[in-house]
Design a protein around this ligand. Structure first.
Ligand SMILES: [Zn+2]
Length: 419
């Protein structure tokens, strides 16, 4: 992964800045994103001091800050000429399962042959349970490197491949270890206990009891998980079981996300709105009533078109209906071994534009500021403004409309991780 700068304080000049400033200044949720909302500055400059943005805008606007920071940093100051390329906030992946062991090649080959995948989440649970803390961190680091190589500087990661009190605690401790690494994307940890049924359980109600009575207390005491999540779906966790688990998590201080209406219309969006979840994810099968409820609740839709592509699902998420109905839309890879082995938000951006009908501006907002808001990172990540973390992604193109145009091609030039 090419680093944008070698020093913690530096200036980027001659960049096409995609600041997202007009959106970052809004205090309430927004769904519509117009081209002007990207806050593009051509020939722009961005000044960073010790991993934080201190100025962004025209060269003239940044000159005083550049002089002051350069004077304080002395020899340790670099000036990078971006050559007119587009500089975006580092991309934010609001939905991944990036901590897992093993692959699911047999599932892939079954899918390709039109057969039922034989392994499922259970196989990944079996493989992940064999790992100790160091092993988990090594696997997670490899996956985070891949995400970073495609421009992602913050990734939400869900637990849910251990499904025991000790195992889920270990997954969350690994996430904390990964988040502490300065060479990897920032990690937002989600306790996704209601992810599947572990092999030693045969009943979702009984496992929901186990989650609330044993696994949650252990996990909550660590204070690592910022969010909790459940897989609410026909033949998996019902809305009632998901509600019981998530309400218990909320009582322990976690905010909520929900896998909702991914494979069928199963009441997920209505439940996400009822619980005032920060995000409702997937939503391939959401209807207009569900969209109205999400809009009223201020819940952000996190759409995962790479999963739709990989599973060849019959319905793409209705992004246009959501946006027109007032639901903010973020985009994510859903990176996981069984249903989305995709680490590239650039590929997701292509699918969003080609398959979901989203504009370049909506797509860019979806992988930056909307994703940041869904993760509670307002004012910290997702825009190029003073005070924000200097998480940056410099792309080979200069016209922001080219974001999502390339596919199967990594057009990241370099990346920076702020502090
Ligand atoms: Zn997921």
């Amino acid at each position: 992964v090419r680093q944008l700068a070698r020093t913690p304080s530096y200036a980027v000049i001659n960049a096409t800045l995609v600041t997202l400033a007009p959106l970052a200044r809004r205090t309430t949720a927004f769904a519509r994103v117009a081209d002007e909302d990207l806050g593009v500055v051509r020939g722009g400059a961005l000044i960073v001091e010790r991993g934080r943005i201190v100025a962004s805008g025209s060269r003239a606007q940044c000159e005083a800050a550049r002089c002051a920071v350069a004077a304080r940093a002395g020899e340790q100051f670099e000036e990078i000429d971006a050559g007119g390329r587009a500089l975006l906030p580092g991309l934010i992946d609001a939905h991944t399962h990036a901590l897992f062991a093993g692959d699911r090649i047999a599932d892939f080959e079954a899918l390709a042959a039109g057969e039922t995948p034989p392994l499922g989440i259970r196989y990944t649970v079996e493989q992940t349970r064999k790992c100790d803390l160091d092993g988990l961190i090594a696997l997670g680091a490899r996956h985070l490197q891949l995400l970073l190589a495609h421009g992602t500087t913050t990734a939400e990661i869900k637990s849910g491949y251990a499904l025991t009190a000790d195992g889920e605690a270990l997954m969350l401790r690994a996430m904390a270890g990964l988040d502490a690494r300065e060479d990897l994307p920032h990690v937002v940890a989600t306790f996704c206990g209601a992810h599947g049924l572990p092999p030693e359980f045969h009943d979702y109600d009984a496992f929901a009891d186990e989650l609330c009575n044993r696994i949650l207390p252990r996990v909550a005491d660590l204070h690592i998980a910022k969010f909790a999540d459940a897989f609410c779906e026909t033949n998996y966790f019902t809305p009632a079981q998901s509600r019981r688990f998530l309400q218990a998590c909320a009582k322990r201080g976690m905010r909520l996300r929900l896998h909702a209406d991914e494979l069928s219309a199963s009441g997920g969006a209505a439940l996400a709105a009822e619980l005032r979840c920060a995000s409702a994810d997937h939503l391939n099968f959401i209807g207009e009533d569900g969209a109205r409820r999400l809009a009223a609740a201020g819940t952000i839709a996190v759409l995962c078109p790479a999963t739709t592509e990989y599973l060849d699902l019959e319905r793409w998420a209705p992004a246009r209906m959501l946006i027109d109905g007032g639901v903010p839309v973020a985009l994510a890879t859903d990176f996981n071994p069984g249903t989305s082995p995709c680490c590239s938000l650039q590929t997701v951006a292509h699918l969003a534009r080609r398959r979901l009908g989203m504009s370049a501006a909506e797509t860019i907002a979806g992988v930056t500021i909307q994703a940041a808001r869904s993760l509670g990172l307002d004012g910290e990540a997702g825009a190029l403004l003073p005070g924000y973390r200097a998480d940056l992604a410099l792309f080979e193109f200069s016209d922001p409309r080219l974001f999502g145009y390339y596919f199967g091609t990594n057009v990241l030039q370099s990346v920076a991780l702020g502090q």
